[in-house]
Each structure stands twice: as structure tokens, then as C-alpha cells.
Design a protein around this ligand. Sequence first.
Ligand code: AVJ
Length: 310
Amino acid sequence: MKDFEKEVKKGLSNKPKTLPTKYFYDAKGSELFQEIMDLEEYYLPVCEREIIKNSSNQLAANISSLCNEVDIIGLGAGDGTKTVELLKAFMPLFQHIDYFPLDISADILKVNKENMQVEIPDLKVKPVAGNYFISLPKLAFSDKKRLILFMGANIGNYSPEKAIEFVRFLKENSRTNDLLLIAFDLKKDPEKILAAYNDKEGVTAKFNMNLLARINNELNGNFDLNQFKHFPTYDPVSGVCKSHLVSLEAQTVSIGDDTYSFKSFEAIQTEVSIKYDLSEIEKLAEETGIKLIKHFPDSKNYYTLALFQV
Ligand code: AVJ
């Protein structure tokens, strides 16, 4: 059985039912995510671009005071259109930079490399396709310092416990004094957060629903997409934003030879997007034994790029 099938079947057997977030991103899902990034309500990329525009020079200066050669590793690097602006600021301050974009998609890495070569001809780009939990441990250490980038507030998809495990994994794949730059979406007006996951056009709803379509297509499922409804919640105490697909009636769905029954209004949890405050980021650093060097927030304090040292 493929991992996708195993994880879907396991999730739907859980109480409450869950589906694995990482499978959102098939071709259609990636397209819908690109649309989400352009939504008025979805403030995250706007914040990240602002920080990169306004703080890349300072960030590069901070890091170049610690080393003059660096290997930069981008986890879930995507097409690199945001990172390219960051790297441009690094170039004049370092003697040598090797950039290793890691992404599940070999296609997107091709685009990333092409972009980088056009924008920064002197940058050495060494793409690595695959799951970063497998590729990062395989990347040989050079004699240079490492800077690992984890952008896009992707850490938000890990529960607080998983985020600790994830940072420990980064630490295990680093040497003392290596650097981590991690993007966090911050706690803010709860209405603002909820709206970002419940856009008026319904693109986020389609993005969630696409996971059911993917199960239908790839695992021979028979989800009736009209009988489920996208419903996000945000808890301002825990900072947990959750997406659910709620069954609109009592129904039985089959996936291959297996069947799963839903009570009416039973929910499947599809995603968490955790929002942090600065003390929670500090706590994450303490619990994983890395040192927070500096925050690079946007002007509204909606979002921060946090620089850590191992
Ligand atoms: C890519 C994980 C940062 O949680 O905000 C966007 C994914 N889900 N809208 C997020 C997402 C619904 C996104 N991350």
C-alpha cells in the first residue's frame, strides 16, 4: 500500500477523523495554493515579502559578521521567487555561497534553479528533490557554516509538540553555531486570522475539498464533494487555527475496498496552522536548546523571521 493510502486510511479511522495535510499539494492543490497566496485575506505572503524587502540587508549583515562563506539550505524551497530577494542581499557580503533548494517537487526545483541563475548568475544552485526528512540528513557537511531556511510559516502546520521534534531534527542536522531562519505567523486579531482561512471567494474551501477529490482519483474513493463543507476555526488562546471538512449528512464513503461511515455533522480535521507569540517562540528555542539571535518582524508585527543559532 502506498504511503498516501496508508495515511488516509489511518486518519479516517482516528477519532476524531483526520486527513494528512501534506497531501494537499498535488498539481491541482498546488495551483489552488498559488491562488490562496494572491487572496486579499491571506496576509502571510505580503508580510514575508515586506520583511525580505526591508530586512534582508540587515539579516545578511548579521550573518556575515559570523562567517564569510555559507551553505544555504532552503526547506520546501518552491520556485524561490521570495528567497531570491533574500539571497541577493547575501551575495555581496560573502566570498562564496552554495544554495541547496530542497523540495518534494523536482519540477518546481527546475523553475527555482532557472530563476536563480537569471537573477543571481554567481550563485551556485544545487537542487535536491525529495522529502526533506530524507534529503537533509543525506546532505554532506562542507567546511562551511550552514544556514537553514524554513520560510512561508510552514512550521505552523506542525502541532506544538511536532514543532519541537522538527526543530530538534534541524538541530541534529546542523553543527554548533550553524544558523536557522524560521518564519512564524504571529497571533493577531482573531478575525483577521480566521478570514485568511475562510476567504470570500471560497478558494481555501476548494483547497481543502481538493484532498477529497485527490482521494477519489488516486485511491478509488467515492466522496461526494457536495456533502462536505469547509469549516475553519481559530482559538486565540492556543493560537491554533484548524480546518475541517464537515459531513453534511450521515453517509458512508468507500475508498477502494474499505468503507468509512460519517455521522451527520461529523468533522474531519485536515490542517492546523499554529499562530505564535514571541514568548512561545522563545520557549521553542529553550526546549530545543537553540539560541534565538534576533527577530525580523514586519511593520504590523503580524509575522516574523526568527534567526536562531545552534
Ligand atoms: C503553507 C502551511 C503556511 O497554513 O497558512 C493556506 C497553508 N492552508 N491556507 C497555512 C494554507 C490554508 C499555509 N502554509
